[in-house]
Design a protein around this ligand. Sequence first.
Ligand SMILES: Nc1ncnc2c1ncn2[C@@H]1O[C@H](COP(=O)(O)OP(=O)(O)OP(=O)(O)O)[C@@H](O)[C@H]1O
Ligand SMILES: [Mg+2]
Length: 241
Amino acid sequence: MIKVDNLEKSFKKKDVLKKISFEVGKGEVVGLLGENGAGKTTLLRLLSTLLTPSGGNLRVAGFDTVKQQEQVRKSIGVLFGGETGLYQRLTARENIYYFGRLYKMPADQMEARLMELARYFSFESFLDRKVGEFSRGMLQKVAIARSLLHNPEVILLDEPTTGLDVTSAHGVRKLIFDLKEQGKTVIFSSHIMEEVERLCDRVVMLHNGVILYDGGLQNLFEKEGTNDLERIFMSRIGGVV
Ligand SMILES: Nc1ncnc2c1ncn2[C@@H]1O[C@H](COP(=O)(O)OP(=O)(O)OP(=O)(O)O)[C@@H](O)[C@H]1O
Ligand SMILES: [Mg+2]
């Protein structure tokens, strides 16, 4: 579903990603780990077609992220931590419909899917309130629902639980679990090791522009002789354990 091949990204003279390669199969949930500035958001933005690679190739759902941007966008649902991209003066429903129209979804299909998502995320009661007055958790629910409206195969989430309270964070984790059950492919970045341990089949660790580890969590635990992902991460990046 995702194929990253010798991907490079530099900003001015800074090489953020240095020829990284990895693949993600259908139905896999992959956790993206790395310190602040490691390039997690940059990688997710590249996969979302929002940035252009400086070198290498990127394919999502079989499409090239540079040459087939529109097909890639139709196949993905994206959420970037903090920035929900919702219009403050529109209601939750209007925001979601606006997005659906951009995707040229038929009105009845959009309505049915909206109600399904509103029930799933329990926001039926504030569907018709302006998002400008929403709390962070409410905003996040609407933003996630919006990103899933067109039922994408690949879901890219940048720190989806950061800043959420226990209940909302739990909701997002349940969502990732349910997406996996539905056979969707998910990549999410996180600084919360416990969340990664609980949800992911695989992890990709980024550090200084390269991949330090790409593989199954169980394999990693066996290799390192411990199930303590934080400890493993710290030792792999050469930090103090
Ligand atoms: N548009 C940009 N212009 C210049 N430099 C950028 C740009 N976007 C990202 N960078 C740089 O790329 C590096 C990686 O940033 P990125 O946001 O991808 O890190 P991250 O792993 O998501 O970190 P965090 O955990 O803090 O979210 C940083 O050094 C950052 O300053
Ligand atoms: Mg980031």
